[in-house]
Every structure is written in structure tokens, then in C-alpha cells.
Ligand binder design. Structure first.
Ligand SMILES: [Zn+2]
Length: 600
């Protein structure tokens, strides 16, 4: 996921549903038909032919979350009008939990289940149906049998007359129009479907079809430019990992003035705005997200922590390694864009600097180890609040920085013979697919790539709140952090504010700042400094009238009670974590940095 964004792990086990163990291929599929009789009302009508296996009762459920986006989402709240029949006879359907329904089959070998799903959430996890198109995701759409089985799931789409095309990474069923088959529930959950009139571009790498898809308001999107650059990113990904791990791949983007993206095994689904390809800054942001999701085709969709499979779609799946799954993917997004020739060298070091800055300016890095930030993703990462920065660290940038440091460490230890690319390739060879890796195994394979025992280094970087040590990596590449001149530092209070209809409201107060020491609170309304009113857009200009060390008196309204707070202004270091070439960098050091950028 990117801000973002897993994992179809086909369960190949045999199953027990009727007292008889059946090989997976013997299971009859669930066959869904999706209809859009009134798409402008944002509903998809679902009909599902569900084999009962002769049981008097079957139970179906809806997933409560989507792999890659670790929060219980309760998709079942959008399901209505659930009914069932067999051979024209109505069956009793009873809700058994928040997301499960029991159907009395009356002994029928197959039951027809019908329901409607309200589809109007423009996120990459959920559904959106409107007059012009539909975006369908598996988790919030397909009620499936409660069973641990690799049962095929087939879906047929009945398109409104104005919709001409379906785009999905699902395999089409030959001879049946707009019909697709997944070998198991994981795959149908992992394969978003776009229906409407998308613009598409195709290219082939290694004989594998890649499709770039835009649906929504795509008139201003330069699809040709995107396709050309995506092909370079694909080649860069192949360069890192050695080969392309999928049979085909869909890069799918909804141009819907929204954001976010989610990885899948053979596709990714993202959202952007209509101007995404118009300016260089917006375009790099778009491609950075794309490269991140694309690298997930290896890292997490195939090479994944053992804790992430098989999925329990109804409960939290606890995992400590998202700093690898998401963080290393973030690192490689930057690497891929550079090796694809899309980022300049300066843009590359700027990207790494951004990741370092995000880690080093968050007080919570000294409170929560990154592996525990991963473990607690279910209650924190997707539920940030005003105190999040004080108590937790984001595993995206911290994992990315650990990846950057580890890459340098392996290169240095092997005199440039191996790199993090080697470690990722070896990990892929050993643990991809259904195996998964334990944290210990991941440490081991990286230690082997380095030819050195890195376990204590990993324990410090990923399992403790110790500060990361940049010395070795910076020395190896001939880089340094740009010196900060505190003599010219601006005064600051610390924390964040927002302009709430003309009121200046405090939104966060960070640890280690003058604001928190003085007793400034979240939701305080700042009214005046030294008895002169501060307008909602005037705080920065007002603080510029002072120097670090000055004492000011702030008048705030706290739940409408006026209160004065004395603050001693601090010194804002600006952006202190910016990498630049060390003035005395040798040609050898510069050559090492170049090797990282070109791919060796
Ligand atoms: Zn991701």
C-alpha cells in the first residue's frame, strides 16, 4: 500500500468440508454475476451460485479488511437485501455475526444468494459505482463460504450499454464474454476490476503483457508518456530482482481527484488527479507511487513475512516485518526511478533525504521500535491522531532508511561485489510463494549476502529505539548532511496549526518543543502574541518579528476560556537532514554512489 498499500497466497491445501478430504481442484466454483441496473445510485447487484456440498446449512462471510491496508474496515456495513433460494424456493437466511450469514439449504446442492452492495467509497480498498464506470474490489464485494479451501471463484460482469470494456488482472474464461476465473478466494480479493471506458496502453517485456489503464476523468492524462516511463520502471525492476515474477501485469489508475494506491500480485490500483502528468513535481509523485506498488510484485506479494499468510480475512493478522515489506519497497521505489533514468542524481539523494528527515524529526522514533510500529499497524498506522508523532514511528520511511543503510553495509562488506539487490534476490529464491520468511530468516539471508553476521545490527535498527547510525553509509558514498547554520535559524514554537474558518487552531504539539514545555494544548485557539492579535494566516509572519530565545506571551482560547501562556521561543533548524556530496569526496566514493544509482 502506499499512503498507500497484498497477497494472494493460494492455499494449495486439501480441505475438509463434508467429512471427506478433497483436493482443491475438485471443488466446484462459486459463480458470481455482477449487475449494474442503476449505476447512478451507486449499487452493484450480486448474484452468487454457491455449491452447498449437500450440507443442510452453509455459512458465508464478507472480508472485514483488505490485505495491504491493515485496518478492520467492516465492509459488510454496505451489504443489503441478502436473500437466497434454491430451485425457485426461498431459503431462510440468518445473520450470524456482523459479517456472516447462515443459509438453510433444504438439502439443495446449490443455492443462489442475492444481495446488493452500496459502492461509493473512493479508496483503493473499496468500491465505487457511478453512471460512467465501476471500480470493484474483491474484499467488499464477494461473500464467500466459510471454509479453508482453494475453491475457484468465477465472476461474470453484465455491463450497462454505455460501458464497453473490462480491465482486470483476472484470467478470462475463454468463450464466455466478460467472465473471469480466480483459482481461489485470495486471488479474487487480490484482483480489482475496472469497468467502463478506460484508456489503455500495452507494452511487452520478456514476452509478458503490461497494460497501463486510466479510468475516470483521463482527458488530460498523457497515457503515452506514462506507458513509456512505466516500461523503463519495469526494466529497472527486472534489473534489481533478476526476472519478472508475474504472468502479466496491469497498472490501473482511477483519475478521480483522490489518492492512494494498493498492490496486488499481478496488478496495482491507484488513484490520482487529472493533472498528474502535467507538472514534473506531480508526475514524479505519481510515478513514485506507481514504482512502489510495482516493486510489491516481488516484495510482499511473493516474498512476504510468514505472518502474512494464509490470510485471516476476518481478524487482524499481526506482523512485525512491515518495515521490510513497505519500507524496503519505498527505498526501491526511489532506486527504480533513478535507475529508470526518471530521477536525476540530485532528485535521488533528495528522495533519500526526505525519508531520513521523516524519521529523524519524529519524536516517536525514540518511543516505538519500527518492528512494533508494524505490529501495531492495526491500531495506529491507519488511525493517526494528534499524538501519533510523539509515540510512534512510521515504518515506511524508517524501513526505507534501514534499506538504504543495509544496502551500503552489504556493498562495503563485499567491496561492491554484492548489494541489497543480491539479498532480495536470495530471499526471493528461498522464501517466495507459500513459504514466507521469519524475521530471523530475513536477517540470516541478508547476513549471508554481506558475508557478515548482521543480526545485532538489525536488532538495533529494527527492534530498538536507538538512533540509526548514518556514519558508515555516508562515508561509503562520500555524502554528508548539509550543515545547519543556527545563527540564522527562525524562531519557533513547535507543533502544527490549521486555519479553521479564520480561527488559528493548534492541531498537534510535539515533544521536545517550546510549545509543549509551555503548556500549549491541541485545540487551543491562538488569539494574540504579546497582546497583539494574530490572524489565522499570520503566525509565521508574526514569529518572524522575534528571535530564538525571546519570551512571548500567547493568549489562547481553550474551550472558550481565555488563558495566557508564556513561551520561550526555540530555534527552528529548518531541514537539517539533507544529504549532499561531501566536499572532500573521493572519485572512488563518487563511483560507489554512481553504482547504486545505475544498478550494480
Ligand atoms: Zn506499499
Amino acid at each position: 500500500m502506499k499512503y498507500r498499500i497484498l497477497l494472494a497466497l493460494a492455499c494449495v491445501c486439501a480441505i475438509v468440508t463434508t467429512g471427506v478430504t478433497l483436493p482443491a481442484q475438485a471443488l466446484e466454483p462459486i459463480r458470481y454475476t455482477l449487475r449494474f441496473p442503476a449505476p447512478h445510485t451507486h449499487y452493484v447487484d450480486v448474484e452468487a451460485a454457491i455449491p452447498s456440498g449437500g450440507r443442510p446449512q452453509v455459512e458465508v462471510y464478507m472480508a472485514t479488511w483488505t490485505p495491504g491496508s491493515y485496518l478492520i474496515r467492516e465492509y459488510e456495513r454496505h451489504v443489503e437485501a441478502v436473500s437466497a433460494n434454491a430451485a425457485g424456493r426461498a431459503l431462510t437466511v440468518e445473520k450470524s455475526t456482523k459479517n456472516r450469514w447462515r443459509i438453510a439449504t433444504g438439502g439443495a446442492p446449490s443455492v443462489t444468494l442475492r444481495y446488493k452492495v452500496y459502492s461509493r467509497e473512493m479508496t483503493v480498498r473499496n468500491n465505487w459505482v457511478e453512471a460512467g464506470f465501476a471500480m470493484i474490489n474483491g474484499a467488499p464485494t464477494f461473500l464467500t463460504l466459510v471454509e479453508r479451501a482453494a475453491r475457484p471463484h468465477e465472476v461474470r460482469l453484465e455491463l450497462p450499454a454505455a460501458w464497453k470494456k473490462v480491465e482486470t488482472a483476472l484470467e478470462p474464461v475463454s468463450g464466455s464474454a466478460n467472465t473471469y476465473r480466480a483459482p481461489d478466494f485470495d486471488t479474487i480479493v487480490d484482483s480489482p476490476i475496472i469497468i467502463g471506458n478506460p484508456v489503455t496502453r500495452d507494452f511487452t517485456v520478456d514476452g509478458k503483457r503490461h497494460v497501463v489503464v486510466f479510468e475516470g476523468d483521463h482527458a488530460m492524462i498523457d497515457a503515452d508518456k506514462v506507458a513509456a516511463d512505466v516500461q523503463k520502471i519495469v526494466n529497472a525492476g527486472k534489473g534489481v530482482m533478476g526476472s519478472l515474477p508475474y504472468p502479466h501485469y496491469h497498472f490501473m489508475t482511477m483519475v478521480t481527484e483522490s489518492s492512494g494506491a494498493l498492490e496486488h500480485k499481478n496488478s496495482y490500483l491507484g488513484m490520482t488527479n487529472r493533472f498528474a502528468t502535467r507538472t514534473q513535481a506531480a508526475y514524479l509523485q505519481f510515478l513514485s507511487t506507481l514504482a512502489h506498488e510495482y516493486f510489491h510484485a516481488w516484495n510482499v506479494k511473493r516474498l512476504r513475512p510468514i505472518a502474512l499468510g494464509p490470510f485471516d480475512y476476518e481478524n487482524e493478522n499481526y506482523v512485525k516485518d512491515l518495515w521490510v515489506a513497505e519500507g524496503f519497497t519505498d527505498y526501491y521505489a526511489t532506486v527504480l526511478l533513478r535507475r529508470a533514468g526518471i530521477l536525476t542524481g540530485d532528485e535521488f539523494t533528495n528522495g533519500i533525504s526526505n525519508q531520513i528527515e521523516q524519521v529523524q524529526t519524529i519524536p516517536g522514533r525514540l518511543v516505538t521500535p519500527v518492528n512494533m510500529a508494524s505490529f501495531d499497524t492495526w491500531i495506529k498506522q491507519y488511525r493517526p491522531d494528534e499524538n501519533t508523532a510523539n509515540m510512534s514511528v512510521n515504518y515506511y520511511p524508517k524501513g526505507a532508511v534501514i534499506g538504504f543503510l543495509l544496502d551500503a553495509k552489504i556493498r562495503k562488506a563485499t567491496s561492491g561485489a554484492r548489494s541489497l539487490d543480491t539479498g532480495m534476490q536470495w530471499a526471493m529464491q528461498r522464501y517466495s510463494g507459500d513459504k514466507g520468511y521469519t524475521t530471523e530468516q530475513f536477517y540470516t539471508v541478508m547476513s549471508e549476502a554481506a558475508g557478515d553476521d548482521l543480526k545485532s545490527w538489525f536488532a538495533k535498527a529494527a527492534e530498538s529505539t536507538d538512533e540509526l547510525d548514518y556514519t558508515e553509509a555516508l562515508e561509503y558514498y562520500g555524502l554528508r548532511f548539509r550543515p545547519v547554520d543556527m545563527k540564522t535559524a527562525a524562531p519557533y514554537i513547535g507543533g502544527g496549526t490549521r486555519n479553521d474558518a479564520g480561527r488559528l487552531i493548534v492541531t498537534s504539539v510535539r515533544r521536545g518543543t517550546p510549545g509543549i514545555d509551555a503548556g500549549l494544548n491541541v485545540d487551543d485557539e491562538i488569539l494574540a502574541i504579546d497582546d497583539v492579535r494574530v490572524r489565522a494566516d499570520g503566525l509565521t509572519a508574526r514569529l518572524a518579528q522575534y528571535r530564538p530565545g525571546d519570551k512571548i506571551s500567547m493568549l489562547v482560547a481553550r474551550r472558550d476560556r481565555l488563558t495566557k501562556i508564556d513561551v520561550t521561543l526555540g530555534a527552528d533548524p529548518g531541514r537539517p537532514w539533507r544529504l549532499e556530496a561531501a566536499p572532500n569526496a573521493t572519485d572512488e566514493q563518487k563511483a560507489r554512489l554512481n553504482l547504486l544509482m545505475v544498478g550494480k
